[in-house]
Structures are given as structure tokens and as C-alpha cells.
Design a protein around this ligand. Structure first.
Ligand SMILES: [Zn+2]
Length: 530
């Protein structure tokens, strides 16, 4: 009897746990539906749809009894300058021996509005391989090629010999521009590496007519002084190499082999004419605080973040123009809302305070988080950690947690312990060449020295799950089909919510502040700050 009772009791407990997971999954999905339905119009930064989504998040924060941590409420307004290219008055051309060979915008190359371009420009082109100068690693792709007044041409790749976090850091547009500017260059042409393009050229090119944005606070611009940013279609890249004695295929083979690339002057000069329509918009970060319970530690903050914005309305794919961003990143905001709900419902009172921030402008270059990190609504030196969720992709059961930044700080120990308790495996980023550690909002906090992690549903290389993830990226990433009509594993989302909740509590209850590992590259940002 006793044994039977015990089994019966265990069955009841398991049923209650399963029920709770069901409830979490159901509520999580209802938030995704609320944020990614067509009425939200893709939540473009600065749009009415984004504002409605921000108000939804603020209302949910209120329900979870968070304290407002915006400016006069849950909302922190963020001002942006916007730029849209007028292609009818713009053009790129290669000039050789006085003859002009026009590049077709949208097919051969695109002019990026991420930087504020000069109206006209004509300059020599210099191929600089990976385009990196990192003295501490004895890398100098600029040796022997004068770059003063030149437009540099690089392949959007980093040497495989560099550790993942360094590839990610130095491969970013902002870090690259620092190096090019220091060498005297005035513009940049980036050739995508076909092997690591997340989005095929034909699809990425649809986005070129969308407005790009920068923070109205010019002191936060990472590309000041850059007169041109262009991207070259890798399939047409040989137009640049003609007459140089090299081919793009030859360069790619060196990249694939992990070999150094040569640097050399290209034969043509580049001529650019760029007409820009400029405007200003305001968008919203949304922030709320679960106040900590410890009289001292409650003045320190663990920041949970997820970006709320997506791409809005854009070029039609299969007749659909609304880029709903259900996984990118309504899913992450929904997970954060569920963590806030679960903490409130459980009455948990962690020692440190937990700040929940839904940030805007991620798709424009992690701008909302950069604004929050540089104008935080709590003292920045009291922010002890950031845990970011961006497109965690619950496409199959969560058994392995992919952790970006796993080996960079002692937060790695916290996530390992959390995963162990929840019966999950942990893996570092299996594809460091995709630069994911610096490609989302956690990097805005890292730049200010704050240890951070970001997590996703993981999978083993060459497994059926890795094929599902790859197919998702190829077909739905930044496409209108990232919508509410796609197969999702809601149990994985519920499990993910459990992970973030347990991790947040664990960090909030630590005796000491998290610190960067001695060996971490990113530790330099914290130097002198702790
Ligand atoms: Zn995105």
C-alpha cells in the first residue's frame, strides 16, 4: 500500500509539474501571438506597431507587479535618425582607364544606410583580405598596402585561427571601422562569404530600401567619419578582381582552408553617388524591476533583456509583406514576460534586484540596448550581469542549451549548475564563425564591462535537429514566414523559461558579483571598472 501510495503521489506530482509546464507553454504562446500577429505590423523600430507592442509589454510588466524602470513609467523613449536611400538618384560604378562600368544596385552591390554616407565619393579600391589589424595577435592585413583615402574591400570572414569571441569582436562593423579609419581609409566594401551567409543575397537585397537608423545621440555612433558602406554580391565579386591577377574563388579557397589572404590594390576605382532621405523617429525600450529582498544587494541589478523590434513591413515574399518576427524575437520577449510572471506567482524574492528590459532597435544594429546600457535607468556600475534572449528557436525539444559566452565569465558556472539541476546539457557556440556573441543585445552590456550570457536551444552538429535549425535559417530567418503559422515545440519554450528563471535567481542570490575569466578577451572592457 505504502509503495503504491508513493507511486500515486509521485504521479500526482509529475502531473502537477506537467500541468505547470503546459500553462507556461500556453501563456508563452499567447504572448507570441499578441506580439507577432499581423496587427503589430512587424514591430519596426519607431513604428505604431512597435509602440503597441511596447504598451503590451508594459501592461504585462504591471501585471507581474514589476516597478516601472523607464522614464516616468515603464517606457524609456529612444530617439533615432533614419536614412532611406533614393536609388533613382544613387549609383555605384567601377572606373578603369577612364571608362565607367556601372554596378546594378540590388544585383551587383548594395549601398548600406547603416552609416551616414557622403553624397559623392571617388576613391581607389584596396583588397585587404580579412581586413584585420590586431597587433596582439600579430595580424596585419594592411601591411604594404597604403589605405590613405582608399575604400577597403574585405571578405566578411575572420581567420579560423582566432578564438571565437575574437572573431566575433573584431569581425563587427564598428571594430572594423576603427581599424580602417586609423589606417586612413574612407569607406568599406564588404563581400559576403557565401558559406556563412545567414540570408541568401536575393533575400537580403530586398531589405536595402528599408530605412536604416542610428541613435540621435551622435556620441554613440560607431561609424563616425565613414563615407561609404557597400556590400558586394559574392556571385559578382569578380568585377572587383578583374585585372588584379586574382579571382574571388581563389580568395574563398584560402578562407575555407583557414589560410592567410594577400592584400593588394584593385585595378578599378570606385565612384559613388548617394541620395538619402533623412527623418527622425522615436521608439521605445520597456523596463521594469523586481526589487530584491536583501537590504544591500537589492541595490545591485541582474538585467534580463530581449529585443522587441523586428523588420516591419517590407518586400513581398510569396505574397506576404509583414515580417512578423514570431521567433525573432517575439519568442524571447514572451519568455521574459513568462519569467516575470513566474517569479511573481511563486513569490520568489531573490536578493539582488532583477531588471527586465525589452529593447528596441536591435535589427538596426543593437541600438536600443546600446542606448539603455549608456543611459541606464539604474546605476550602471550596479549592473552585475546581463542575460539576453534573442531567437532561442524552440523548434525541437530542449535537451542541450547552447550558451554564447559560456567560457568568458564565471556566469558559465551559474549556467552549468542551472542546466545540471534541470537535466540539460550545455554547449558553447558550435558555429563561432557566425559571430553570434556580438550579434545581439548582450554585446551592448559587454562593451561596458558587464559579464553576459545569451542562450538558445542547442543541437549536435550533423544531427536531425541541426538540419531543422539550418532549414529554418535558410527559409524563415528575416522572412515574412517567421510568423504564427510555423511548427514550434512549445514544451521547449516552457523549459527555456525555467532555465532563465532559475539562472536569474541564481545570479541574483550569488554572494559575489560575477567576473570575467582571467583569460577572457572581453575582460578588457571591465578594466578599471571593478
Ligand atoms: Zn533579427
Amino acid at each position: 500500500m505504502r509503495r503504491a501510495l508513493t507511486i500515486a503521489a509521485a504521479v500526482v506530482v509529475m502531473a502537477v509539474m506537467a500541468r505547470a509546464a503546459d500553462d507556461t507553454a500556453t501563456r508563452w504562446w499567447s504572448h507570441v501571438e499578441a506580439l507577432a500577429n499581423d496587427g503589430m505590423e512587424g514591430r519596426n523600430t519607431g513604428s505604431a506597431g512597435h509602440k503597441r507592442a511596447a504598451e503590451y509589454v508594459a501592461a504585462q510588466f504591471q501585471k507581474a507587479a514589476l516597478e516601472p524602470a523607464g522614464v516616468g513609467g515603464f517606457i524609456q523613449p529612444v530617439k533615432f535618425n533614419t536614412r532611406r536611400i533614393d536609388e533613382s538618384k544613387s549609383g555605384l560604378a567601377l572606373v578603369k582607364d577612364g571608362a565607367e562600368d556601372k554596378l546594378t544596385l540590388g544585383e551587383d552591390a548594395n549601398i548600406s544606410m547603416r552609416v551616414d554616407p557622403a553624397a559623392t565619393l571617388e576613391a581607389p579600391l584596396v583588397f585587404v583580405g580579412y581586413g584585420l589589424k590586431i597587433p596582439e595577435r600579430s595580424i596585419d592585413d594592411f601591411a604594404g598596402v597604403p589605405l590613405n583615402g582608399a575604400v577597403v574591400v574585405h571578405i566578411a570572414a575572420t581567420p579560423k585561427s582566432l578564438p571565437g569571441p575574437l572573431q566575433a569582436h573584431f569581425g563587427s562593423a564598428g571594430e572594423r571601422w576603427k581599424m580602417y579609419k586609423a589606417a586612413g581609409a574612407i569607406g568599406v566594401v564588404s563581400i559576403a562569404n557565401p558559406k556563412s551567409m545567414d540570408i541568401p543575397w536575393a533575400r537580403s537585397t530586398l531589405a536595402r530600401l528599408q530605412p536604416a537608423m542610428s541613435l540621435a545621440d551622435a556620441s554613440l555612433s560607431e561609424t563616425a567619419g565613414q563615407q561609404l558602406s557597400a556590400t558586394m554580391n559574392p556571385a559578382h565579386a569578380d568585377k572587383l578582381f578583374a585585372g588584379s591577377g586574382h579571382t574571388f574563388a581563389e580568395m574563398l579557397a584560402l578562407v575555407d582552408g583557414g589560410k592567410p589572404l594577400p592584400s593588394f590594390a584593385l585595378k578599378p576605382r570606385l565612384r559613388a553617388r548617394v541620395a538619402v532621405e533623412r527623418a527622425e523617429v522615436e521608439s521605445q525600450n520597456v523596463a521594469g524591476i523586481l526589487r530584491g529582498s536583501d537590504p544591500q544587494l537589492r541595490n545591485e541589478f541582474v538585467v534580463l533583456s530581449a529585443h522587441l523590434d523586428h523588420l516591419g513591413i517590407g518586400g513581398a515574399i510569396n505574397g506576404d509583406t509583414i515580417y512578423n518576427g514570431a521567433m525573432d524575437n517575439a519568442s524571447g520577449v514572451a519568455a521574459m514576460l513568462e519569467v516575470a510572471h513566474a517569479l511573481h506567482a511563486s513569490g520568489a524574492r531573490p536578493k539582488r534586484s532583477i531588471v527586465f528590459v525589452a529593447v528596441t532597435g536591435e535589427e538596426k544594429g543593437e541600438l536600443g540596448s546600446l542606448y539603455f546600457a549608456s543611459h541606464p535607468t539604474v546605476p550602471r556600475d550596479r549592473i552585475v550581469a546581463n542575460v539576453n534572449t534573442d531567437m532561442f528557436l524552440p523548434l525541437f525539444p530542449l535537451k542541450t542549451l547552447m550558451v554564447l559566452g559560456l567560457d568568458e565569465s564565471d556566469l558559465g558556472q551559474d549556467i552549468r549548475a542551472t542546466a545540471r539541476e534541470l537535466g540539460l546539457q550545455v554547449q558553447a557556440d558550435p558555429e563561432p564563425q557566425r559571430n553570434r556573441f556580438v550579434r545581439s543585445d548582450q554585446y551592448s552590456f559587454i562593451k561596458f564591462g558587464i559579464p553576459a550570457l545569451a542562450m538558445k536551444v542547442g543541437y549536435e552538429p550533423n544531427s536531425p535537429e541541426s538540419a531543422i535549425a539550418a532549414k529554418w535559417t535558410a527559409e524563415r530567418y528575416h522572412a515574412p514566414s517567421d510568423d504564427l503559422q510555423q511548427p514550434i515545440d512549445r514544451s521547449a519554450a516552457a523549459k527555456y523559461v525555467d532555465v532563465v528563471k532559475a539562472l536569474a535567481i541564481r545570479i541574483a542570490n550569488r554572494a559575489d558579483r560575477p567576473t570575467w575569466n582571467e583569460s577572457s578577451f572581453f575582460r578588457r572592457f571591465a578594466a578599471g571598472k571593478s
